[in-house]
Design a binder for this molecule. Sequence first.
Ligand code: HEC
Ligand code: HEC
Length: 304
Amino acid sequence: MPDAGLLAILLVTGSIGAAAWALTEPRPAFSNDADEALGEKGDPAKGQLIFALGDCGSCHASPGQSDRLRLGGGLALASSYGTFRIPNISTDPVDGIGAWRTIDLANAILSGVSPAGTHYYPVFPYSDFAKMQIGDVRDLIAYLRTLPAVSGKPPPHDLALPFRIRRLLGFWKLLFFDRKPIVPDPDRGGAWNRGQYLVETVGHCAQCHSPRNRFGAIKPEQRFAGGTDPEQVGYIPNITPKRIGNWSEGDIAELLRTGNTPNHGRVGSSMTEVVTNTAMLPQSDRDAIAVYIKSLPSRATARP
Ligand code: HEC
Ligand code: HEC
């Protein structure tokens, strides 16, 4: 007869295991029967701007070609967890996402859940994209569907062991993923609210411009205060007034149009591509982003 103590331990660990398993379950934003509600067609012309501000092409365009609209993937992103390989999101029905339903794309972008029901790694910046309005997601999807099919499937990610287990991302999501939409502030003007929406959702500016904790999540109290770049090779500057307090809203908007900084320099590295994209936006959106960035609280980090 098994020892009663051992049996109790087994029962307890068993139920903790079952509870943990249940907690990490991927929760898609939309259930299967929602496809109809989403079925309404988006506007690809508007979606093109979402695609630009979301920098989708910077990650998903295949390296070694200048066309940022051929989304065959394959870019390798080194990180402390291993190497991520960006997937093909072109309209190729086999190697890309050409066969996906609208709901599959919406679930990927808004909840980081794949059509197979697994979690995505948050290097795909869905933690910000998830706060997008559904109308914008529809437009983005309509635009993605106008892009060319590119064949070829990039190799899988090459990650160290615990990080290979996608189910564990359920814990990460429990701790750090919040799908709450952006709340407009009625005491601020329309431009500030538009800026908040663009910066905190599709623009995902904080994803590069913030320090992260050891689980790779942004430290909320130092959001926008600068941090090591995701590949751990460079340092991305603080964009709170702590560093750019002497820039005017006009200076920030100008940088987003031309890449020029008020001290007669030009931004470089990964910001170059961000600027190529923000340059496509209407001036009113660049102005709105500037108003919001200018209003950020001053936050310090160890580096400027
Ligand atoms: C910083 C790089 C980066 C940016 C920017 C980015 N993605 Fe991704 N994306 C990824 C990575 C990495 C994955 C793979 C995640 C995984 O395997 O868990 C991914 C996965 C995806 C997938 C799922 C593909 C599949 O085969 O399962 C879709 C769809 C997608 N991204 C769409 C987009 C769209 C649309 C945008 C712009 C709004 C975008 N991504 C911006 C890095 C990025
Ligand atoms: C892919 C990563 C990435 C994203 C996304 C990103 N940035 Fe940057 N940004 C950088 C890097 C890197 C630099 C420094 C460029 C350099 O070294 O010249 C920079 C520089 C800047 C600067 C100039 C700071 C200075 O002191 O010179 C501003 C302002 C800025 N970014 C604003 C934004 C805004 C607003 C967004 C969102 C719309 C954004 N960035 C999104 C990487 C990023």
